[in-house]
Structure formats: C-alpha cells, structure tokens
Design a protein around this ligand. Structure first.
Ligand code: MN
Length: 441
C-alpha cells in the first residue's frame, strides 16, 4: 500500500474539530461507519468520521452532481458507502475505495470550493447512534499473541509452554456472527456450565468469571471465491480495514468446555466491535516490520512467508483498555486505565492470518470479521484480559473507589481504544469500543 496525498501531514480541513490535538479523526483518517441521529426514525446510512462530526454520505450523494465533483469510480463507491451496510462498498475493491477516499479528502480540505454545500452534510457525532457497519456473514477469532497464549496458559498450568502448532500456523476457531454487536450495546451476563472447584459435576449458572479480550478486528474486502486461495500480497490488497473488538469471554465456561474442540459458549454470547472502520489505506503510514521471531523458532512455511510482509506487515498501533464501575460513574470518576500495549505483540501478521484462513480454499466474503485474538504484552502493563491482569482472579485490581475486581461485575463498563502513530505523520484513532455488563436474566 503506497503513500499518497491523502496521508500528507500538512493537510488542513475546513472542519475545525479535525485539528483538535486529541481527535481520533483528522482528515488523514476518514473511517467508514453506519449511523443515524439518536432516538430518531431516520434511515441508517453510511458516513465518514471527520473531527467530532460525521460526513453524511447519503446526504452527500443527494447533492447536485456539480457540488460533488468526483470520477465515476468514486461516485459508484460513494453510493455503496452511503448504504445502511457497507458490504457492497467492501465488494467493490481497492481502486474504488481509493477513488472515494481521494475525492473526500480533496473536498474536505481548506479552500475546497464545495465546502459550503458539504457543511450541510455534517452531523455531530454527539447526536449520532451507530449500527454494525456490515452484515457479518462469518466471524473467526484467532489466537496470535504468543504473550497472551503463554500468560493465559500459565494461569491454568504454571510453567506451561506454547504448543508446537502455535509457531507453525495462526490458531483460530469459528466464532458466531449473530452475536457480534455494535459498541454501546449492553451485554447480559451469560449463564452456562461451570465445574466449581472440588466438584465432580458441573452446575448451570451465571458466569462468575466474565472477562474482556482486547483485539483488533479485520474486515474482509473483496475476499476470495470458494476453492481459491490468497497469497500474502493478495490478502493485503483485498482487505478493507480494521476496527476494535472486545471478545467477551466466560472463563469458567471456557475452562470446562474447551477441550477437546476449543471454545464454544464461553465466547459466542456477545462480541463488541467499534463503529468506525479504519481503512487499510488510512493505515499505510503506520506499517512497520513484523518483530523478528525468537532465534530457535521455525521459519513459516512458504505460503506464509514473504519478505515484504515481514518488512511491512505489522502496524504501529497502541491499544488501551479502561474500566469503570457503576459506582465510579456515579461519583463522576474517569475510567481506570488498565493496560496498554502495541499491536506488534502479534506473532503472526494480519496478512498471514487472512492467507492461512483462505489456504484451504475457504471463501472469505465482503464484511467477514476476523479477530486477531487477545493482544497482550509480555509484562502486566500490557495484558489484554483480566485473566492475565488478575492471574485468574488470584491478584485483584483495586478501583479508585476501593472496590476490588477479579473478573467483571454487573454495571462495569469496559472501553477499548487505539491510536496509530508514526514519526512524520498525523496520528489516527479508532474511536471507542465500549459496553456495560447487565445482570444475568
Ligand atoms: Mn478472543
């Protein structure tokens, strides 16, 4: 993915809030989402975040054509991007995405002649609500952070090492698309089978070990046809973008059910994604080398090995987790920062995940969601789950109110955030991925 004029750090927008120091959405970002005004019966439609506003793409598409100068390819992409779901946009492919991004970037710049007409297409983010930006046809979650795998494994079994497969292929399991929910959708504490300590038989009860998992979600663009595979270069070409993913997990269900076929009900009750999809093109300035493998680890098999991917296949994204309890919010306290770490703590690159998924001819479709797996650092300040942060509940976290947490309590809110940064470029953010835990029914 080449750099172009849309990444230029000197670009200025006539949307003043796009220049606030802490905005996630400068003119260099331009992520796609689907929104409407809160508590309205307006139609859901596509928009692009800019500063603290949303550029309403349906309103834009309704302008007279002389007020939205763009070539046919960009105009076709604009129509697709203004829909109530973005799958059609994702199916159009990278040339169309690039054409639309360029047209939007040019028209949002200071001095653009269409600024007056386009200003009428802005909706404040504070007035908006969001829905899933895509119809998620399939959801697969991976397990690509070796630190998470080791940290989590050692909670259950001290001294445990990685399974040999971990270093040969990106481990994953098929998740559940129907329970993927947009940020701000409360999740209900699930009930399930739990084998309590010292017992021979499980009980069916609300989880006592509700956890979050800090992940990136990959949204498939054009994908691949059934029976076809994707090289690493093709995987990169066809990806649409990334958002944040909280793969909520019930650790007590998981411990009982995961052998021999992996997780099922421990993870498929609710998965939260952030509303804005940061495009692959917007992330181009933040591509970095994949960290070298430990010296004694095997080299990947040829279909997962490519010097270009090793040189540029990781991303300079910092991921963060915050927690607030109901009492903290009542007392007006800000959320507590739990951890932060770099996305480069993945043992496999995103392209390797996608290539591996398609390597048996499994077709990936526009809007399919692939989770990276929990991204954890080797040290506590960057752990991406409570399982790791509290050592399976043995080492509670103290909140500013004096409350203690081992796992999540009813009323807790978990907030994920992320920022991509690189020297010489304007940082771009992902917006919040958040949800509050409701009591079991
Ligand atoms: Mn996960």
């Amino acid at each position: 993915m080449l750099l172009n004029e849309t990444h230029d750090p000197s670009l200025q927008s006539w949307v003043a809030s796009a220049h606030k120091a802490d905005t996630d959405f400068p003119i260099q970002n331009l992520p796609h989402g689907v929104f409407r005004r809160q508590q309205s019966t307006e139609a859901w439609r596509g928009g692009v975040a800019i500063g603290d506003a949303i550029l309403d793409l349906a309103a834009l598409a309704a302008l007279p054509s002389h007020e939205r100068p763009m070539d046919d390819e960009a105009a076709q992409a604009l129509l697709a991007a203004s829909q109530a779901r973005l799958n059609e946009l994702m199916a159009l492919g990278p040339a169309a995405w690039r054409a639309l991004r360029l047209a939007l970037s040019r028209a949002l710049r200071v001095g653009a002649p269409q600024a007056a007409a386009w200003r009428a297409c802005l909706v404040p983010q504070a007035e908006a609500e969001y829905r899933l930006p895509v119809e998620v046809g399939n959801y697969t979650d991976f397990f690509t952070s070796s630190h998470h795998a080791l940290n989590a494994g050692r909670v259950f079994q001290p001294g445990r090492e990685l399974l040999p497969q971990f270093k040969w292929l990106p481990i994953g399991y098929h998740g559940r698309a129907s329970t993927v929910a947009i940020s701000d959708t409360p999740l209900q504490r699930p009930a399930g089978q739990i084998l309590l300590p010292g017992q021979q038989q499980p009980v069916y009860a609300p989880t006592r070990q509700l956890d979050f998992e800090l992940e990136l979600a990959v949204l498939v663009g054009t994908g691949n046809a059934l029976g076809q595979t994707l090289s690493l270069a093709q995987a990169e070409q066809q990806l649409f973008g990334l958002c944040l993913l909280n793969d909520w997990s019930a650790r007590d269900f998981q411990a009982w059910e995961y052998q021999p076929l992996g997780p099922l009900l421990a993870k498929n009750f609710h998965s939260t994604i952030s509303p804005w999809v940061v495009t692959q093109e917007a992330l181009a300035p933040f591509r970095v080398a994949q960290p070298a493998r430990p010296v004694n680890d095997p080299a990947p098999l040829p279909y997962l090995s490519n010097t270009e991917d090793q040189a540029h296949g990781a991303l300079a994204i910092t991921l963060e987790v915050f927690l607030s309890s109901a009492t903290m919010r009542e007392q007006g306290m800000p959320p507590l920062h739990l951890s932060s770490g770099p996305a480069s703590n993945m043992y496999w690159t995103i392209n390797q995940i996608v290539t591996h998924h398609a390597s048996n001819g499994c077709n990936l479709n526009p809007g399919d969601l692939l989770g990276t797996g929990t991204i954890s650092a080797p040290t506590r300040d960057g752990f991406g789950s409570l399982l790791e942060l509290t050592q399976g509940g043995r080492d509670p976290i103290t909140l500013p109110t004096g409350e203690a947490r081992t796992f999540l309590e009813d009323g807790d809110e978990v907030i994920l955030r992320a920022t991509a940064s690189a020297d010489g470029f304007v940082s771009i953010g992902f917006g919040d991925c958040r949800a509050i835990v409701l009591p079991a029914r």
